[in-house]
Design a protein around this ligand. Structure first.
Ligand code: GDP
Ligand code: MG
Length: 439
């Protein structure tokens, strides 16, 4: 997939303003990316339409090619839709009881998530209580009790012989008497959206002063996330969403679907079964994950600031004539350093951004220093006419750089190979590209 998106950068070559053809081409891949991430198809359609409308005719910023420009617009629109700021659960002042009702389908992660939240706020000095309102599944109360114990938060339960609304009421009375200021109601889910469940939740909401109704959604829900979120929002009204199981390999399209249809913020992300695995939700990072792009936007920004267009053009001419020499090689290395080391650049590239593998694949920026030292030990003439470097010159260069001759040989060989490659590539580039930066 990310290869596909990268292709967009290569394919689009027109200049000046973005044409309809540019947009069409790019949108094909964006659409595919969104659908693969399981964003609801209606949401995808709407998004593609609005981005296309905005993009056609927009001026291509200096230093970018039209493909990059379209992707920049896609990312901006995505950020607009997802929101770019984190949203915290704001509790009432400590002398009042904040009531959080957790709802969602069976297995979404309610019982786990209330315990995670209770633990988190306990650590912040709040006095939470967990309330067992799921009276249908035999093991549900026990599960909440175990979780409560793990995070050191008391659990209020009355067994399974009571209506959830009455349990909730009794729990609030208990809280008021016991100096508790944060109550989490763990409610019962069903396998599918169901009338009984909705009525039960509505009844609790009518009878208690619920501060927040939070919907828990399994990030792997896929296309159905839209129906789930709309049903809960229409029938009982939700204030926010927690997306669980984002530790899986889902790209999390559900986040975009839910935000698009309900407009309600996503507050936290469940990142595992352990009760500490709850993270703040960052909408902009999620947007990148959904697109499978890594942090393309900052890559584009860095490219823009560091690369001088004139110089890039000049370089391109040199590629074509294959007159590229060691001076240019040095220049390129310095450009790269200006952009922040190789590791920074790799992390921002599509396909690398989210990958855990990268941690084991740290590239040693020092590895760049050896070629640099070798080139710096060459005379001016040697740098611009590498073919004159004979064995005795090699020895002198190696000594000057403090490396074995084999390293000098290696570098010269590499250089000749890349020169050959550049000559071939420049034939394909056609010299029409606007910016100098290519992904
Ligand atoms: P409920 O039916 O909505 O109360 O769901 P539970 O809290 O019982 O969770 C259902 C299953 O999902 C359990 O096995 C949890 O351990 C698991 N689970 C919940 N949240 C997460 C999460 O963020 N990541 C992973 N990997 N598993 C989770
Ligand atoms: Mg449960």
């Amino acid at each position: 997939l990310t290869d596909k998106l990268q292709n967009v950068f290569r394919k689009l070559r027109s200049k000046g303003t973005i044409t309809e053809a540019d947009v069409k081409e790019a949108m094909k891949e964006v659409k595919r990316a969104l659908l693969e991430a399981d964003v609801n198809f209606k949401v995808v359609k709407q998004f593609i339409n609005s981005v296309s409308e905005r993009a056609v005719g927009e001026e291509v910023l200096k230093g970018l090619n039209p493909g990059q420009m379209v992707i920049k617009i896609v990312k901006e629109e995505m950020d607009k839709l997802m929101g770019s700021e984190t949203t915290e659960l704001k509790l009432l002042p400590s002398n009042e009881i904040t009531i959080v009702m957790m709802c969602g389908l069976q297995g979404a992660g309610k019982t786990t998530t209330v315990a995670k939240l209770a633990g988190k706020f306990k650590n912040k000095g709040k006095k939470p209580l967990l309330v067992a309102c799921d009276v249908y599944r035999p093991a549900a109360i026990k599960q909440l009790e175990i979780n409560g114990e793990k995070v050191g938060v008391p659990v209020f339960s009355m067994g399974d012989g009571h209506k959830p609304v009455n349990i909730a009421k009794a729990a609030i009375e208990h809280a008021a008497k016991n100096d508790i200021n944060l109550v989490f109601l763990d409610t019962a889910g069903r396998l599918h959206v169901d009338e009984d469940m909705m009525n039960e939740l509505a009844e609790i909401k009518e009878n208690l002063n619920v501060t927040y109704t939070i919907l828990t959604v399994d990030a792997m829900t896929g296309q159905d996330a839209v129906n789930v979120a709309t049903s809960f929002n229409d029938k009982i009204g939700i204030d926010g969403v927690i997306l669980t199981k984002l530790d899986g390999d889902t790209r999390g399209g559900a986040a975009l679907s839910i935000k698009a249809v309900t407009g309600k913020p996503i507050l936290y992300a469940g990142m595992g079964e352990k009760l500490t695995d709850l993270e703040q939700f960052y909408p902009d990072r999620m947007a990148s994950r959904i697109l499978g792009m890594g942090d393309v936007e900052s890559l584009i920004e860095k490219a823009q600031s560091a690369i001088d267009e004139e110089k890039a053009k000049e370089m391109e001419e040199k590629f074509k004539k294959a007159s590229f020499d060691f001076n240019d090689f040095l220049d390129q290395m310095e450009q790269m350093e200006k952009m922040g080391g190789m590791n920074d650049i790799l992390k921002m590239l599509p396909g690398f951004g989210n990958k855990k593998q990268l941690q084991n694949l740290e590239i040693d920026d020092n590895a760049m220093n050896m070629p640099k030292a070798i080139i710096l030990s060459m005379t001016k003439q040697e740098r611009s006419h590498p073919e004159i470097i004979n064995p005795s010159r090699k020895k002198r260069i190696a000594d000057g750089a403090g490396v074995p001759i084999s390293e000098v040989n290696k570098l010269i060989k590499q250089f000749e190979q890349s020169r050959k490659m550049m000559k071939q590539m420049s034939g394909m580039m056609g010299g029409k590209r606007r910016g100098g930066f290519k992904l």
